[in-house]
Design a protein around this ligand. Structure first.
Ligand code: GCO
Ligand code: MN
Ligand code: MN
Length: 412
């Protein structure tokens, strides 16, 4: 193949994207509770070892492009859209009203707001730092996000504490720090109760998000399970207002089965919001788009969520790769991520209604014929062949993933 001139590359990408087929319409995509983060679309490809590869873009661009794709909800950090010095000031409210106009113009809703508590130098010692002034500032920031959230019509507030941890042990006393972090969340909930009453709106759902490593070396609340223990620890004045925003990759990173982590949140009634993406175990937070690494595991996750009627948002918290252009972010990265999600969601429906899987699961639950249940050998013998169905169900899910259940065949 000949070298491709820069002027012909967009047309090539468009032609090959079209050739992939399988794209849903914007109207179909909008039927799902999918939210697109401001920070994901505006991510310029930068990192510690990486210079940016994309131009900066603002909320106008992101909201307009999400609307075209059919992403019906938008989420943001306070500082994604409001410069730090403007927070809580008149300038903030001018920006908020511009955002409202833009959302309205494009028929999007703001579903979630979150406070940036990891990037700015003020968080060097975490939002629950020793200094009372830093903690007062943290409290101002989360209360201000609640105000902004209500103004934008959000239903959720998310907290990824980010820098809550340390590089070297000794200075930070963990129990004290956790109490201080709880103080900030308590302040946010108190503020929420006040504002919701004034605005005659329901209070927000406050969702904690864990990440096991980064940006600190040691993290005080590294997993969704740790956060659940924190919610039920007695440190929160309104534990009923606080739930979880697990992120698929963040659970995978520490070596968990994401589906099992989600199940633990479900049984505690705390699975309220879900950041969707993909990646690898025991690596850094690579934030790859859903289904590009672990489609079979994702299928399993969605079977669990569908069968438990999870009805919260699916937040596209991934980072378009550095190799994707500004244009590619909206012509390839986001639409294909949404489409893989919808396809996997549909497949999860296929799994749930598949007669083979259903019969296998029913048989496993029916068990073998009655024997003496104090006799291990007899109980084992009564189930010997039945348990083979565990592997058969996994095989059937693979077939559903590759379309073999609909007659697709593969031959050498
Ligand atoms: C990450 C985190 C963030 C949070 C966001 C919301 O990997 O950096 O997942 O993207 O989701 O800060 O609080
Ligand atoms: Mn996240
Ligand atoms: Mn992440």
């Amino acid at each position: 193949m000949k070298p491709v001139p820069a002027t012909k590359q967009q047309a090539l990408v468009d032609r090959l994207t079209k050739a992939c087929g399988g794209a849903y319409t914007a109207a179909t995509r909008r039927k799902y509770y999918i939210s697109g983060p401001q920070w994901a679309a505006a991510y310029q490809g930068q990192a510690l070892f990486h210079a940016p590869t994309r131009e900066a873009i603002g909320f106008e661009d992101v909201i307009r492009e999400y609307a075209k794709i059919g992403i019906g909800h938008w989420t943001t950090h306070d500082t994604d859209v409001i410069p730090t010095p403007a927070l809580g000031k008149d300038e903030q409210w001018t920006i908020v009203s511009l955002i409202q106009k833009s959302l309205k113009k494009h028929g999007l809703e703001c579903s979630m707001v979150t406070t940036e508590t990891f990037f700015h130098a003020v968080w060097a010692a975490s939002p629950a730092a020793e200094s009372p002034q830093v903690r007062e500032y943290a409290s101002f920031r989360v209360r201000n996000t609640v105000d902004v959230g209500h103004e934008l019509g959000a239903k959720f507030a998310v907290y990824w504490p980010g820098s809550l941890g340390y590089y070297t042990q000794g200075a930070v006393e963990e129990t004290e720090t956790l109490r201080w972090y709880a103080d900030a969340l308590n302040a946010a909930c108190e503020r929420d109760i006040e504002v919701a009453k004034k605005k005659k709106r329901p209070t927000l759902k406050h969702c904690l998000e864990a990440k096991p490593f980064e940006p600190q070396a040691e993290i005080l609340l590294p997993t969704s399970d740790a956060m659940m223990a924190f919610i039920f620890s007695g440190l929160l004045t309104h534990p009923e207002m606080v739930g979880l925003n697990p992120e698929y990759l963040h659970e995978l990173m520490w070596g968990a089965a994401p589906r099992a982590a989600l199940a633990r949140a479900l049984v505690a009634g705390k699975l309220w919001h879900f950041d969707i993406n993909d990646g690898y175990r025991l690596k850094h937070d690579v934030d790859i788009a859903i289904g590009l690494v672990n489609p079979l595991d994702w299928l399993n996750v969605l079977v669990l969520l569908r069968s438990h009627n999870y009805n919260g948002p699916f937040n596209l918290d991934y980072k378009p790769p550095r190799t994707t252009s500004n244009r590619g972010v909206f012509s390839v990265s986001f639409p294909t991520a949404v489409d893989r999600f919808i396809t996997l969601w549909e497949m999860a429906g296929d799994v749930i209604s598949d007669p083979i899987i259903k019969e296998a699961l029913d048989a496993l639950k029916a068990g073998g014929e009655p024997v003496d249940t104090r006799d291990a050998e007899a109980v084992t013998a009564a189930h010997r062949d039945l348990l083979t169905l565990h592997e058969l169900v996994a095989h059937r899910m693979f077939q559903i993933l590759v379309g073999a259940h609909r007659g697709r065949t593969f031959s050498a």
